[in-house]
Design a protein around this ligand. Structure first.
Ligand SMILES: Cc1ncc(CN)c(N)n1
Length: 232
């Protein structure tokens, strides 16, 4: 029997392929990204990952098993203590400190992505949350694996650390989230599965837009009079 998550992946395949071909991802492969693009990405991704930690918090509040609570708790630690490495890789190539890039407001596409996941999480069940959160690790796992296989970077490549970090995700959190979702999807109606597919596809589209936002240095077209706070 085809896994439900396999059906999701198939549905979103054109979006995955567009992400692999996106100029930001190609720029990681060939090391040609500009300093401003790396800086914009890190500013936005720092806030995005803060929101992702909050999503795990909401997911924990909707869990019925200790094992799943423990998994989400571990993932919060992973973001706090390990997912800083790829950010530090971009910062060192851009020649800026990580601390300088923290606390900025979310740009339109990043804001859209975060709002999408948070609204699904607040209104939905654990399977709604898993469907909306899954493209985050899944697309990066595939990008990392593809870039490692294609570029075979040596230590002199500026994004060696980034590629190795995400290229070694395989079988980790993506597979664990898929198993949780597949297990729960077995008892769901076709209408509920359709809804989960919509959450998943929307997050895949927003992954694409996040790369585009970083590449084009997307900002709000008009600024506000007051100093804006972080992307909460
Ligand atoms: C936008 C985004 N998507 C996914 C990942 C990988 N956790 C990330 N750091 N940022």
């Amino acid at each position: 029997m085809t896994r439900f998550s396999e059906e999701l992946r198939r549905e979103a395949d054109p979006i995955y392929r567009a992400i692999f071909d996106h100029p930001f991802v190609r720029g990681i492969a060939d090391g040609t990204l500009r300093k401003e693009q790396l800086i914009h990405y890190v500013k936005q991704d720092f806030e995005y990952l803060n929101a992702y930690i909050r999503l795990y918090g909401i997911a924990i509040s909707k869990c019925d098993s200790r094992d799943t609570m423990a998994l989400f708790n571990e993932q919060i630690s992973f973001i706090l203590h390990s997912e800083t490495h790829p950010h530090n890789n971009f910062c060192s190539v851009a020649g800026v400190s990580y601390e300088q890039l923290q606390g900025y407001p979310l740009a339109p596409s990043a804001n859209h992505y975060v709002r999408h996941m948070l609204s699904v999480a607040h209104a939905g069940t654990l399977e709604d949350i898993l469907a909306a959160m899954l493209p985050c690790p899944w697309t990066y796992t595939e990008i990392g694996a593809k870039l490692l296989a294609e570029v075979k970077p040596d230590r002199s490549h500026p994004f060696y650390d980034w590629m190795h970090f995400y290229g070694s995700f395989e079988g980790g959190i993506t597979e664990k989230m898929r198993l949780l979702l597949d297990e729960r999807a077995e008892s769901l109606s076709p209408d509920r599965k359709k809804r989960l597919t919509e959450h998943f596809v929307a997050s895949c589209r927003l992954e694409y837009m996040f790369w585009d936002m970083a590449y084009t240095l997307e900002e709000w077209p008009v600024s506000a009079a007051q100093t804006e706070g972080a992307g909460r």
